[in-house]
Structures are given as structure tokens and as C-alpha cells.
Design a binder for this molecule. Structure first.
Ligand SMILES: *Cc1c(COP(=O)(O)O)cnc(C)c1O
Length: 455
């Protein structure tokens, strides 16, 4: 066992150390070897050392260096050293994070991490929440509390009696809401399409002055951190609009919520503390390993009402916070331990510095592309940048060539009818040199393709 786990640790450390030096996208030859994994279920067992060796030989080489400093696709963070280490140790603990009584250490660490985040992001004191797999489930979880609350106020117990015959709930979402938000509404029986869509501005921000008049049970879903532009809905104005009708305001802040940790950028998310619930990821901008998100609610009783269960065998001690009272899952891993470790490693100042550094590096990308004559499609004030290399087809070709080159990795998107390359800077280890090296490669590749196109 010791030899095996030491071997695993050594191979993992080699992998991590090599992240800055290797190709970001794996070579085709390495990817083609994943076919070796495809075999019938073995009749007999295999030596664990051989299993690990096979995983490393084929899997490590075929994996995309997402955790590395020059992966700018989607919105994907890496893993801070302490959070990777904490993840390894917590895996050894293998705690079923359900009841405080049987998991005193991890339950306490989660409570501490949750309180730190509430403090750091300026959310209301006394708020509660649960550690879930990511912002998708965080949206679902928080909106389940919202559904409970607005129907309870209308005299309806949705957990007991379901939605058939319930008072109607009006749901407002911005035109640029993330698809996982709409999916969550669908899972909750509120409908993906049975929503009122609020128009947005050129950056994808909800236009608060276009919110319809509201009364009756209402949930308004806002977003901070548009996946393309990084832009944030005007949450303060939305909350003002919601208050007279006692509407529930939810904030999908998968990565954007972390702007609140930066003294110089927290104005972008002004008013988030006035909302009723928040969904965020820890595996994006906080840089903890997958999978990790948080659902936070102003009034923890609403989330407990939606999530808590009782059973004679569980023996939940009501005088403490039992993790399972706040999440869709009963049994789950102790993912809050990594969040705690990351926050402890960075401290308030370190988180702010990481957010600011990533936003500054995004701006450097935008400036570099502009200087080279390419068009930046969004106002780059956060960590997201969109670049056009001209016609849609040209942009597609450049992105493909950049991915094949391997120096860095960026994805593709559509923004207001245009095809664009999307850059997201949210890794703790991305340096100014990484950005210069990536810019040099991308501009060189784009130059070759756009010149060839003109000939
Ligand atoms: C990434 C993202 C999500 C989904 O998060 P997962 O961690 O993939 O579940 C939801 N909303 C927004 C705004 C996002 O950026």
C-alpha cells in the first residue's frame, strides 16, 4: 500500500511539475493510445501497481493540461498546491460528509470555509449553504430554496405537495443566462422555457429598466460573470425592483462572484449582498480541484426546508450544522476541505491578488491582440477576452491551429452573431511570461493563416 501510494504521489508530482513545459493539447499519438483502455471487463484482477502504471502511461500523456498556466479555454481554474494536497489527504480520510457527529473534522472545516467565503464576498452574516459539485447543482440547490420560500409565502408546501395545483411562480431570467441556470429551472419543474426573458445590453448585462412589473410568487435570476464577456448584471437595481413584491433574487456567480473579493473590482458586483441566494464555483476562480461549488442562501432555513430529510438511523444532532441538510446529496465527499485549504493558503489578500492578476493579464491579452491589428469584441474589464480574426471561417481556422500548436489552448464561441476566440484567465499559476509566450504564438499563427487567406 505504501509503495503504491508513494508511486501515485510521485507520478502526480511529475505530472504537475511538467504542466508548464508540456504541450497544452496532447499530441495525436498520445490521444490515440486511449483506445488501449477499451477492453472487456477482466475476469481476473490486476496488480494495483500495474493499473497505476497504465493510467499514467496512457492517461497522463493523453490529458489536456487544463490545470496548467496556459490553458485559457472555457472558464477553468487549476488547483492551488494546498488544495491538491488537502484533496489527497481528505481522500485518504474518505469521510461520508453527512452528519456532524460522525464527521466532526470535515463538517467543521466546511462550516469555517463557508463562513470565510460569506465574509470575503460581502454576503449577509448568518447566510448558510452547501458544498455541491459545481455551479450547475449550486443553481439547482439555491433555486430549490427559492421555490420553497416563494410558495411558502403563498401558503403552499412544495416539498410535500409538489407543483401540481400550486400557485404560479413567475420566473425572470436575463437573455444571457447560463444554460445550466435554465436547466436547473427545468429540473425544479419551473420550466426551461416557461420564463420571462429580460433583454440585455451589448455586454450581456440584464437591462434592469426592462424588468416587467411583478407581483405574486416571483424569482428573478441574475448573473455576475457572463461566460463570454465577464460582464455582471446590475444586481443592486434588480434587488430594488424586487423588494416591493418580495421577489426572490438569485445570483448565478459561478466565477464572477469572486470579483467581490477584490477591493478594486468589487464594484462590478455591487448589490450582490442584497440578493437572497448565490451559486458559485470553487473549481473555477478559487482554483481548487474538481468538483467543487457552493450554494449559499440568505436564510439557511429555506435551504434546510428544501433539502433536509430525517430518518431514525441518521440521528442528526439539531444543535450543529449537518452538511446533508443543505445539499441534494446524502453521502458525498468532503469537498469543503479543499476550499478551506485554498482560502487558508491565499488569505483575503491572496484571493484579491489572484483575481486582480488574472484580470490584468486578460487586459494584456486584449492589448496585445489590438496592437497586432485584431478586433477585441468585448470590454475587457475582467478575466474574459473575445477576439475575432475576421471572417467566421478564418477565426475557426486560427483557433484550430492554435490548439494544434500546443503552446496554449483557447476555445471558440459566438457573440452577438459573430464567431470569436474566447480567452479566460483564471489559473493561479498563469504568469506574465505565460501570456507573452501565448500571445507570440497566437499572433504568429493568426498572421500565417490570415496572410494565406488573402493570397
Ligand atoms: C461555469 C458556469 C456555470 C456552470 O458551472 P459548472 O461548474 O460547470 O456546473 C453556471 N453559470 C455560469 C455563469 C458559469 O460560468
Amino acid at each position: 500500500m505504501r509503495a503504491l501510494l508513494n508511486d501515485a504521489a510521485n507520478r502526480a508530482i511529475d505530472y504537475i511539475e511538467n504542466l508548464p513545459n508540456r504541450r497544452v493539447a496532447p499530441a495525436d499519438a498520445a490521444v490515440s493510445r486511449v483506445a488501449e483502455f477499451v477492453e472487456p471487463l477482466p475476469e481476473k484482477g490486476t496488480d494495483p501497481a500495474a493499473i497505476l502504471a497504465q493510467l499514467d502511461d496512457i492517461g497522463s500523456a493523453a490529458s489536456v493540461a487544463m490545470a496548467g498556466p496556459r490553458f485559457f479555454g472555457f472558464v477553468i481554474g487549476g488547483s492551488l498546491p494546498s488544495s491538491t494536497a488537502a484533496n489527497w489527504l481528505a481522500t485518504a480520510w474518505d469521510q461520508n460528509t453527512t452528519m456532524h457527529r460522525i464527521t466532526p473534522a470535515v463538517s467543521t472545516l466546511e462550516q469555517v470555509a463557508l463562513d470565510w467565503i460569506i465574509d470575503m464576498l460581502g454576503l449577509p452574516r448568518g447566510a448558510g449553504g452547501g458544498f455541491v459539485t459545481g455551479a450547475t447543482v449550486a443553481n439547482f440547490t439555491a433555486l430549490a430554496a427559492a421555490r420553497h420560500s416563494v410558495l411558502e409565502a403563498a401558503g403552499w408546501d412544495v416539498e410535500a405537495d409538489g407543483l401540481f395545483g400550486a400557485p404560479e411562480i413567475t420566473v425572470l431570467v436575463g437573455e444571457e443566462a447560463h444554460p445550466t441556470l435554465t436547466k436547473s429551472l427545468g429540473l425544479l419543474g419551473l420550466g426551461r422555457n416557461r420564463v420571462i426573458t429580460v433583454p440585455v445590453d451589448s455586454q450581456g448585462r440584464m437591462r434592469a429598466n426592462r424588468l416587467p412589473r411583478i407581483d405574486g410568487p416571483t424569482i428573478i435570476c441574475t448573473q455576475v460573470g457572463n461566460i463570454n464577456t465577464g460582464a455582471c448584471d446590475p444586481v443592486a437595481s434588480v434587488c430594488e425592483h424586487a423588494r416591493p413584491a418580495s421577489a426572490w433574487v438569485h445570483v448565478d456567480g459561478a466565477f464572477g462572484l469572486w470579483l467581490a473579493a477584490s477591493p478594486t473590482r468589487k464594484d462590478f458586483v455591487d448589490g450582490i449582498g442584497l440578493a437572497d441566494s448565490w451559486a458559485t464555483d470553487a473549481h473555477k476562480w478559487l482554483n481548487v480541484p474538481y468538483d467543487s461549488g457552493l450554494a449559499i442562501v440568505r436564510d439557511p432555513a429555506t435551504l434546510r426546508a428544501a433539502m433536509a430529510i430525517t430518518a431514525a438511523y441518521l440521528q442528526m444532532d439539531p444543535s450543529v450544522r449537518n452538511p446533508a441538510d443543505y445539499t441534494p446529496e446524502l453521502s458525498r465527499r468532503a469537498r469543503g476541505v479543499e476550499v478551506w485549504a485554498a482560502l487558508k493558503e491565499l488569505g483575503r489578500e491572496g484571493v484579491a491578488a489572484m483575481i486582480d492578476r488574472d484580470c490584468d493579464l486578460a487586459k494584456r491579452f486584449a492589448d496585445g491582440f489590438r496592437e497586432a491589428g485584431y478586433e477585441v469584441l468585448n470590454d475587457v474589464v475582467m478575466n474574459q477576452v473575445m477576439i475575432s480574426f475576421g471572417e467566421a471561417q478564418t477565426t475557426e481556422s486560427v483557433i484550430r491551429a492554435i490548439q494544434e500548436d500546443g503552446t496554449c489552448w483557447c476555445g471558440i464561441t459566438q457573440w452577438q452573431g459573430r464567431t470569436a476566440m474566447r480567452i479566460s484567465v483564471c489559473n493561479w499559476s498563469t504568469s506574465a511570461e505565460d501570456v507573452e509566450r501565448s500571445l507570440e504564438a497566437m499572433i504568429r499563427i493568426a498572421g500565417q493563416i490570415t496572410t494565406a487567406g488573402r493570397e
